[in-house]
Design a protein around this ligand. Structure first.
Ligand code: BEZ
Ligand code: FE
Length: 296
């Protein structure tokens, strides 16, 4: 391979004898990808080849400056430095860039009729207490009490017995219990329920409120620079699992929430927006009904 310079000299772009090109703007993708050895896992080879192609194309298209590259390295460094057992700033970055929801969309092309999935988020905690149907998960006596009820069913509408429903939600101030271990009771607004033969579930909680995702780190700074707010519309999380069915990770969003059209992590789907109705019960202010339809 050779090219001509402005003064007419020929530039040899390949190593004599080896056939491998030298690195240049034109050959960058080829040079990097050809460096992979012969024993690379085929899927890793496919992923890395495509990633290099797109990254190099991005740099060439926007003509990334040296200063921008340094800024980028600094941003990624600070993102990593903030990660710990309690905080996953990279997942947050993936969330605000729409990557988490895109990966979810590509991997959860459910059959028509199944409940849609959405982002898992960083606040699920394994091991929440198993509760009887009708229990109250709100332990801090704050917020507007809400009765949640519905069924876990299959695509044909048959009840699913033994479905494990894991629920988590922020409190009335917009914080998960794990964000305020000194202020909130352990397992506040969390619980696990198992359906009987009728597939029914019911529990009390609070009407969810909107809250900002953690925004005191590099991801928060990025949102600010992009003139974006960090809020999620009011929602409650569900993980529903049953033997023989696809595990479902989803939310119910309140229909009247602020930010329903501008979720910081793009998690809202029309089918998950639920009307929360004022109810005339003596033990709750609101009620929300939602059936979870699992794909087999
Ligand atoms: C959440 O809903 O808990 C959440 C999701 C993504 C980022 C931050 C929080
Ligand atoms: Fe949440």
């Amino acid at each position: 391979m050779s090219t001509q310079t402005e003064d007419g000299e020929m530039n040899q772009l390949t190593h004599n004898g080896t056939g491998f090109p030298f690195f240049s703007e034109d050959t960058s993708v080829e040079v990097v990808n050809l460096r992979m050895g012969g024993s690379v896992n085929p899927r890793l080879k496919q992923v890395m080849t495509c990633l290099i192609q797109h990254l190099h194309a991005f740099i060439k298209e926007i003509e990334l400056t040296q200063e921008e590259w340094e800024l980028g390295i600094d941003f990624v460094t600070r993102t990593g430095q903030l990660c710990s057992e309690e905080r996953q700033e990279f997942i947050l970055l993936s969330d605000v860039l729409g990557i988490s929801m895109l990966v979810d969309a590509v991997n959860n092309r459910h059959p028509f009729g199944a409940t849609e999935s959405t982002v898992f988020g960083p606040f699920h905690v394994e091991g929440a207490p198993h509760l009887e149907m009708g229990a109250n998960i709100s332990l801090d006596a704050k917020g507007e009490k809400c009765l949640f009820e519905g069924r876990v069913i299959d695509i044909e509408g048959n009840p699913i017995e033994g479905a494990v429903i894991d629920v988590w939600c922020d409190n009335a101030a917009g914080y998960y219990d794990v964000q305020q271990p000194e202020l909130q009771p352990k397992w506040n607004n969390r619980g696990v329920f198992i359906t009987g033969a009728d597939g029914l579930y019911s529990f009390y909680g609070i009407k969810p409120v909107s809250y900002p995702i953690p925004n005191d780190g590099p991801v928060g700074q990025l949102l600010e620079k992009l003139d974006r707010h960090p809020y999620r519309p009011a929602h409650i999380h569900f993980r529903v699992a049953a033997k023989g069915y696809r595990k479902l990770i989803t939310h119910i969003f309140t229909a009247d929430s602020l930010y329903i059209d501008s979720d910081a992590v793009f998690g809202v789907k029309k089918s998950l927006i639920t009307p929360f109705k004022k109810c005339d019960r003596s033990d709750a202010v609101w009620s929300a009904k939602y059936n979870f339809v699992l794909a087999s």
